[in-house]
Design a binder for this molecule. Structure first.
Ligand code: AMP
Length: 107
């Protein structure tokens, strides 16, 4: 079950600050606090989804399409990356630490 106390929920509510990169009605992007590459961005949907699996099974087709289109927009147009990696960790055994679905953009 989604936990409203997770750190990304607190960033979305404004309780915790972030270094914002991009925001629209459904998506927020900000810099990772502990970067694993020169540019390390996170992209999260504003809806309450625990992980990739939960997002793909519960979000509407429009929401899924808009989310991944926005990930591409942020990587290529906002951050202006040519070469980059995108990653998501699904579940604790895969290394997921924050249980609000997010994509890592590593440039
Ligand atoms: P994951 O292991 O895939 O769940 O990734 C969680 C990511 O969130 C890690 O790379 C953390 O460094 C990052 N993180 C944790 N707290 C914050 C925060 N307050 N602001 C930005 N990034 C954070």
């Amino acid at each position: 079950m989604y936990n409203d106390e997770n750190v990304f929920a607190k960033i979305l509510s404004g309780a915790i600050p972030c270094k914002k990169i991009y925001e629209n009605d459904t998506v927020l992007s900000f810099y990772d606090i502990n970067p694993k590459s020169k540019i390390h961005a996170l992209v999260i949907p504003k809806g309450k989804y625990i992980d990739f699996h939960n997002f793909m099974n519960n979000a509407s087709s429009d929401e899924i399409s808009e989310f991944f289109t926005t990930v591409n927009h942020i990587a290529t147009n906002v951050l202006k990356l040519k070469d980059f990696r995108i990653q998501t960790n699904n579940g604790s055994k895969a290394g997921q630490e924050v249980f609000h679905f997010h994509i890592h953009i590593l440039g």
